[in-house]
Write a protein that binds this ligand. Sequence first.
Ligand code: HEC
Ligand code: HEC
Length: 325
Amino acid sequence: MKRLLKILAYTLGIVALLIGAFVAYLHFKGIPTYPYKPTPEISALNVAPDSTRVARGAKIATLLCNECHKDNATGRLTGRSMPDLPAVFGKVNSLNITHHPEHGIGAWTDGELYYFLRTGIRKDGSWAPPFMPKFPIMADEDMYSIIAWLRSDDPSLAADTREYPPNAFNLFTKFLSNMAIFPPPLPERAITIPDTTDQIAFGKYVADALCACYACHSADFAKQDALHPEKSLGFYGGGNPMLNYEGELVPTANITMDKETGIGNWTLEQFREATRYAKNPRGGPLHYPMFPHTTLTDTEVDAIWAYLQTVPPIKNAVVRYQPKN
Ligand code: HEC
Ligand code: HEC
């Protein structure tokens, strides 16, 4: 008996030591770095800043970038603190992406921007952890539009020195970045925007790649597949535990066509109003982090609707956010 206890004590001691060593390893290793390996085409990338691209890029930014990078205090993309990230990530800020060469991204080349937006890897090999999204399935032309817009004279991008301090990532972020979430690969072939006449393919592109509706509207950010969104856990079935600026829980809605727990009984008109103006057909607004997608055209919203008809319905009754008072 005594001997058994002794063995048990040793075993527990060794396990505690191993855990301690692992925590120390993560603590000192930090966020992993990766080789910066652009193809010759990416290194030589020089995006022509024509007005069509700048306009398209501005629209994409309202769907994908401004929400996180715009600071209402400066009116510019100088970064902001992010109390709306899941609390396990600790305190995080987004960064200054104005034209300033030191405080912003004015000194980055088009190729460096392209590589970073696809993979999250910077020229120095450092990697942006999961809360900076990566865009591995976006069409090449849309990537170029974002870059053209980032270079444009949009007042929100004017060089600005104001910025938040660099992020000191917590143990959980280090754990995720070392063990669970990795940079997506560069696309192996050209990605084009489907033609609007192929409504379902076009709607899939707008929903999955351009707006990343699925990212919020599936079950869990940690169980997503950025390369094959349809393989994400609970694809469009909602329930993802998101937070608002006050740190309150706002689970995402089930937007599959399940008639009881999803939006299978909605009309197209209700869907348009919800998507474009965050209007809740039951009355009142839909709450942040759902934000109005005002720059989407009818063609785009209708195509998302058509595409959602093809997504397998999921029965998942989400307990929705109720504002106090
Ligand atoms: C969900 C929030 C979120 C969204 C959406 C988002 N970002 Fe970020 N972004 C971040 C955070 C947080 C960081 C800081 C990561 C770090 O500290 O490594 C960041 C970092 C960056 C950086 C690196 C800046 C530097 O100096 O290293 C660039 C460039 C960038 N984002 C561009 C964009 C663009 C362009 C878009 C839209 C296509 C976008 N981001 C969308 C949160 C976001
Ligand atoms: C940043 C996260 C996020 C993104 C991106 C997002 N949504 Fe939402 N959405 C939410 C949240 C959270 C709710 C629930 C809001 C509430 O309960 O008031 C919601 C609610 C909805 C609803 C209301 C459903 C209902 O039953 O009331 C619809 C429809 C919807 N979103 C469609 C979309 C579409 C289409 C897209 C892409 C164009 C999209 N959302 C992108 C977070 C998001």
